[in-house]
Design a protein around this ligand. Structure first.
Ligand code: ATP
Ligand code: ZN
Ligand code: MG
Length: 509
């Protein structure tokens, strides 16, 4: 990608320029163009690529600089380097710099854009034009925005969009790790339909939400018992309770703020809890039998965040900003305290893909070695549980989510060979009724993504890494029933015993 920047900025000073001061300033500009702007630029870079002050106009207390650059010592970097240089020199003349005003800032990016490239619609991008291999636009930014590196982040964003398009619409790389091979199948139907039929579950009023009757919960709890006895206790995980309402602050640090928006259940708060403010809303319902949603919308603040999406981000403020003692590592915890919520839109299906689901989230952190070791032990016990206890037909696959490939996490060099282990392993079960595979849980090694985002360190100075594993109870149930059916007589003995006789409490007339 070829970059060209052109920046016009006013440097406003505390006093008018004398002739000597102007001469000194002109001298400094020439010197900056020769020396200062070339500092740190690799050898062999063409001169035209490096930032240069190409114009300087003096008018009373203001110097207007025009700076052009390619990718090196970008125009805005050149501006701030120059400011730093000029301040002490002009101090001699009792002229101090008061402020910088950006008059005009335009950028041209030239290179290979994907066919479907869409210009990011952001408030500070103006007069954008895109044709063929050239994208040019003006930045409507302040000097503070420039110091904040907004232009650089915007250009990085455009580059990421181009890389994402090259990575393919798939968004994930999939590589088989383990396959159980065929297992006894006792059922060819859709487990959700069959559960409804038998009165084990009923659709709840909200989208993608179920009311689970005692029989279904017996299954959930049996699976939970297996997770506790076979996985959580032997590996020494301790129970915590993570919040289920997640403020932006958490998602800003976990990275979810980069793109979780289409699937969030948003959370709002009342503008006030004064009953008088809300009285007519209640009255409206009393009189019309309708909830006055349009009016409610005007009386709420936020959204302040969303409901639990991934289960582990709201754990992290517990360790945020801390240094962990060597002897408490690895930390191994889990949470099963509440529901997760995702707006799955048209994707919802049965109990497999719902908007409200129940998940046990296992989370661990420590050195890279400890983190990888815990993931390996989890893989071992999961394999035993799915093969020997549930007798499932399943497979596991390493998937590299797009964001990880993009953040270069997969190639991280750790010196211990752990770098290549970063990524997610999906566990998928075969669904005979739809002849497709369903992801029913996963194990992720997240590298330093969370410790970095939440500023967590380790006493020894080692990198801090973390991992997590989300066990979806709806998905386990769907996978198990799809293969084994709803008759306990056909189930592996241990499972049948754990679940017990299905309790049928309700008789509908
Ligand atoms: P999918 O590709 O099926 O949408 P995902 O990649 O979005 O899954 P993750 O974000 O990896 O899922 O979530 C971890 C686990 O949470 C999944 O393995 C699954 O058990 C559970 N899960 C995620 N989304 C849902 C859902 N909509 N309904 C039920 N369980 C879910
Ligand atoms: Zn997680
Ligand atoms: Mg999903």
């Amino acid at each position: 990608m070829q970059l060209h920047f052109r920046l016009e900025a006013e440097l406003r000073f505390s006093a008018p320029f004398t002739r000597e001061a102007e001469a000194a300033c002109t001298e400094l500009i020439a010197e900056a163009n020769r020396v200062l702007f070339f500092k740190g630029v690799p050898k062999g870079v063409e001169t035209g690529e490096v930032g240069q002050i190409v114009g300087a106009e003096f008018a009373d207390q203001v110097v207007t600089l025009t700076i052009e650059s390619g990718a090196y010592t970008r125009a805005h970097d050149a501006l701030f380097r120059f400011r730093k240089q000029i301040a002490p020199k002009l101090g001699k003349f009792r002229i101090g710099i008061r402020e910088i005003a950006v008059r005009h800032f335009s950028v041209t990016m030239r290179g290979r854009f994907p066919e479907n490239f869409r210009v990011p619609q952001l408030p500070f991008i103006q007069n954008a034009s895109f044709a063929g291999d050239t994208f040019s636009f003006d930045f409507a930014v302040t000097a503070a925005d420039l110091e904040n590196r907004i232009p650089d982040r915007f250009i990085r964003l455009v580059e990421e969009k181009i890389e994402a398009a090259a990575y393919g619409g798939k968004g994930e790389h999939w590589e088989l790790i383990f396959e159980s091979g065929p297992k006894p199948r006792h059922f060819g139907g859709d487990p959700t339909a069959e559960m409804i039929q038998r009165g084990w579950i009923k659709h709840a009023p909200a989208r993608g939400q179920w009311i689970f009757g005692p029989q279904a919960v017996q299954l959930f709890r049996a699976f939970e018992t297996i997770v506790m006895e076979e996985i959580i206790q032997p590996l020494g995980f301790s129970e915590m309770i993570f919040p289920k309402m997640v403020p932006w602050e958490v998602w800003m640090r976990s990275g979810h703020a980069k793109g979780v928006y289409p699937e969030i259940y948003y959370i709002c708060t009342p503008k006030t809890r004064d009953p008088a403010y809300w009285e007519d809303i209640g009255d409206y319902f009393k009189v019309t039998g309708e909830v006055w949603v349009d009016e409610i919308r005007k009386r709420i603040d936020g959204p302040i965040g969303g409901m639990c999406y991934a289960q582990c981000p709201p754990f992290w403020p517990f360790v945020q900003g801390e240094t962990l003692a060597n002897d408490c590592l690895p930390i191994r915890v889990f949470d099963r305290s509440g529901t997760s919520h995702r707006y799955e839109s048209g994707g919802i299906h049965g109990i497999e893909r719902v908007d409200e689901f129940h998940r046990i989230e296992i989370l661990w952190l420590g050195t890279p070695e400890q983190t990888v070791e815990t993931a390996d032990r989890l893989h071992e016990v999961y394999t035993r549980v799915f093969c020997d206890l549930l007798e499932l037909e399943w497979r596991s696959a390493k998937v590299t989510p797009w964001f990880m490939a993009q953040e270069g996490m997969v190639e991280t060099d750790t010196g211990c060979g752990c770098g290549g282990r970063i990524g997610t392993t999906d566990y998928e079960a075969f669904l005979p009724y739809s002849t497709s595979w369903l992801e029913f849980q996963n194990v992720s090694i997240n590298g330093d993504k969370y410790p970095k985002g939440f500023n967590v360190k380790i006493q020894s100075g080692s990198d801090c890494w973390s991992g997590c594993s989300g066990i979806g109870l709806e998905r386990w149930t769907a996978a198990f029933l799809a293969q084994k059916g709803l008759d306990a007589g056909q189930w592996p003995e241990k499972i049948a015993k754990l679940v017990g006789e299905p309790k049928n409490l309700f008789k509908f007339l």
